[in-house]
Design a protein around this ligand. Structure first.
Ligand SMILES: Nc1ncnc2c1ncn2[C@@H]1O[C@H](COP(=O)(O)OP(=O)(O)OP(=O)(O)O)[C@@H](O)[C@H]1O
Length: 617
């Protein structure tokens, strides 16, 4: 959750400006909103008549002791019932209308926020924690929902009650009003002081809960690591510490709230006792009817209640302004990948990719420049294999083709034109990506294969799965293509997931293909299946592969040996071997190791091994 502790306390002017964007989002709901406001005004306006009528009721009965004329009493009760009914009707209308506004605003805000997040580049996600983003989508949007419905209605109703009751209080009996209001400054001062403490402790509670949630989230998503290291106790303690902190803060908050509640109720009822004492004397002296005293008491209670409610509401608005600020901050984030004003059409690309003197840096000081002077070209049907030590820049290089990042020097072209001249979505629609660790989304196997082409018919999905060598194992699944694969496709093996990913890429039928070969130890049989599927996938396309397998490197049309962001050698396998340079040296060591033993063994520092050659960890 975004640092609840650093929420600034907003002044009224900035409070309004923080909430203004919300008003813009609420545009379609404004007529409903004004109707709700009207209902709220009518309901609280009617409530102002209660105390006067109660007073009349008292006088109509007590002052008529011994009389049989109940006409005045009957009329008053009928009127009171009528007003009760109307007020209840308006209150219900207000509650429904404003709840609809709140729910509507929240639904459109969530939709907008999520849709916007998906347009942001990897750079943005590298700088934000997932937990922070999801909490903006849920907790912050939820807080905003509160103010756009109930709190707003409360604010209107309580303001009307406060102003109306105070005016009527003074109008009814100015002298008695003085006694009723004498404790008011004290009540307000205490409400503000203790209220501030309660807010501070509430933030501590939120922070502690957020901290506990964060460790729970980490432990749950990494539960296999936790269990394999038998670190359950460590995680339990870590989570327990967070929970304990939130418990302690909650206790402190409860203490302050109890103190506030007790003091306020004593001061309020104390003032009333004072009013009763002086008012009683006025009644005895015949200066006041009992009914007028009752009316007065009710108005005084309404004033007190409205003040207490408004104090709480101001806090709620403060929180909502903070939440709204964090939401609109995200909505203002812009992708740093500029779109051309008039994109070049790209319907049927040939798939000729060229890097011309490409340089790139992530823009942070620690990593500096990651790629330098990269030039290469590849055409349809060709495979470019990238090899090199870990951190050489292989992943970075291939990530530039679908414009996850933009080059900082030189340019990349597709069919002879700068990739920045094409529409970003159109460019990406022609590029297929098969990552090392395939992400399957919650849904059926068929839905996962159809991911890039939602409209593809079953026959095409099946054909793609056949070509990817996945059809057979899919058919053996309990519901075949309709089998639901869990979060991150946990129910499928690594090799099966890879083949689903290959089927997905085949169905998309991209011109340019980017493969990050799996390093995880697939057994020989599934490696052969995956390799056969990959071979079919690569046919006729321009393929870039971060190569981890000897067979891939040997079959490549062009091998680029990357070291510290530079291409240090290039050529075919045979050429590079014949040249007798770094590649051949690396290759010999690699071949020896593959021949000897495919299982990884610890290497002495500085020795060359397959991991160094391919960049696997
Ligand atoms: N998002 C990022 N922000 C900043 N620096 C990054 C980012 N991603 C990678 N780097 C840095 O860029 C350099 C190249 O990383 P890259 O992942 O491209 O190497 P690689 O050759 O693919 O390595 P490996 O084989 O281990 O995956 C590294 O120094 C790395 O620390």
């Amino acid at each position: 959750m975004a640092g609840a502790g650093d929420r600034p306390r907003l002044k009224p002017a900035s409070l309004l400006s923080a909430l203004r964007p919300l008003w813009v989002v609420a545009r379609p709901y404004r007529p409903l909103f004004w109707l709700g406001v009207l209902a709220s005004l009518l309901s609280s306006g009617l409530n102002l008549a209660f105390p006067a009528l109660f007073g009349r009721l008292v006088d109509a009965s007590f002052l008529q002791l011994g009389s049989t004329d109940t006409a005045a009493l009957d009329r008053t009760v009928l009127l009171l019932l009528g007003i009760f009914a109307l007020s209840a009707l308006f209150a219900a209308a207000q509650s429904y209308l404003l709840a609809r506004v709140g729910a509507g605003v929240v639904a459109s805000l969530r939709g907008r926020l999520f849709g916007h997040l998906l347009t942001l580049p990897p750079r943005f996600f590298a700088a934000h924690r997932t937990g922070d983003l999801t909490s903006r989508l849920t907790a912050d949007v939820g807080t905003v929902q509160g103010v756009s419905s109930t709190a707003l209605a409360g604010l209107i109703a309580q303001s009307v009650t406060l102003v109306g009751s105070a005016a009527l209080l003074i109008a009814t009996n100015p002298r008695l009003s003085l006694y009723a209001l004498v404790g008011l400054p004290l009540i307000i001062a205490i409400a503000v002081t203790i209220g501030r403490r309660i807010r501070a402790v509430s933030r501590e509670v939120q922070d502690a809960v957020a901290g506990a949630n964060a460790s729970a989230e980490e432990a749950i998503s990494g539960v296999r690591v936790v269990q394999s290291f038998t670190a359950e106790d460590l995680e339990r303690r870590r989570y327990g510490a967070g929970v304990q902190a939130s418990f302690q803060a909650a206790l402190r908050r409860a203490g302050w709230q109890a103190l506030m509640g007790g003091t306020m109720s004593f001061l309020t009822f104390g003032s009333l006792a004072l009013v009763l004492w002086f008012g009683g004397r006025q009644v005895m002296a015949g200066e006041l009817t009992p009914g007028a005293l009752v009316s007065f008491l009710f108005y005084a209670i309404q004033v007190g209640g409205a003040i207490a409610a408004l104090t709480g509401l101001v806090n709620q608005f403060q929180e909502a302004a903070g939440a709204s600020g964090r939401i609109f901050e995200l909505l203002q984030e812009r992708s740093d990948l500029p779109q051309p004003a008039s994109p070049r059409p790209l319907q049927h690309p040939r798939g000729e990719v060229a890097f011309e003197g490409v340089g790139f840096g992530y823009g942070d000081e620690s990593s500096g420049s990651v790629l330098h002077g990269i030039s290469l070209s590849a055409g349809p049907g060709q495979t470019v294999a990238l090899v090199g030590p870990s951190g050489a820049g292989k992943t970075t290089l291939v990530g530039l083709i679908p414009r996850f990042w933009d080059v900082t020097a030189g340019r990349i072209t597709l069919d002879g034109h700068d990739i920045r001249d094409y529409d970003l979505q159109v460019l990406r629609s022609h590029i297929g990506l098969v990552p090392q660790d395939t992400q399957l989304f919650s849904g059926t196997v068929a839905e996962n294969i159809r991911y890039g082409c939602p409209g593809a018919p079953d026959s095409e999905v099946e054909a793609a799965a056949q070509a990817a060598g996945a059809h057979e194992f899919i058919q053996e699944l309990p519901q075949g293509y309709a089998t639901v694969v869990g979060e991150r496709g946990l129910r499928l093996s690594g090799g099966q997931r890879q083949r689903v990913a290959i089927a997905r890429a085949l169905l998309k039928n991209p011109r340019v293909l980017i493969l990050d070969e799996a390093t995880s130890a697939l057994d020989n049989q599934s490696e052969a299946l995956v390799q056969a599927a990959l071979d079919r996938l690569m046919q006729g396309r321009t393929t870039f592969v971060i190569a981890h397998r000897l067979s891939t490197v040997q079959g490549a049309d062009q091998i680029l040996v990357l070291d510290r962001g530079r291409i240090v050698e290039r050529g075919t396998h045979t050429e590079l071997l014949a040249a007798g340079g770094l590649y051949s040296e690396l290759h010999r060591t690699w071949q020896d190791r593959e021949g000897e033993d495919r299982s990884p063994t610890p290497q002495p520092a500085g020795s060359l091994d397959s991991a160094q050659l391919t960049g696997s960890p």
